[in-house]
Design a protein around this ligand. Sequence first.
Ligand SMILES: [Zn+2]
Length: 122
Amino acid sequence: MSLHTPIRPHWKCAICSDEWPCHTRRRQLLAQFYGAPASLALVLARHLVQACEDLPTTASGLLHRRFLGWLNPPTAPPRTPSPPVRLFSDTHMPPAAVTGDSPRPPLRAPKHAAHRLLAGVG
Ligand SMILES: [Zn+2]
């Protein structure tokens, strides 16, 4: 049981008279809730609600920072942009029945290539 408890309604530490949670109590809470950051946040949120009731003239943002702002935010894995998903390459398009698209128009050679073929050039 910590002696660094809050004195209500002023929310000062009973031992060091700092604003609660004081530095010592914060260290104690971090050790007590090691590996359970969500539980620690819930406990502090409950105290925050009580403090908001006891200190109605104090800005709620200041109280939020005081009670919860010192906690480390949860870490998430780094986000890396993923390449666009391509199921088929352009040269091997699936039939329209697979894609649900309308049938592709037949491939046509450019006119100048067709003329060269007809002329026997190339
Ligand atoms: Zn203290």
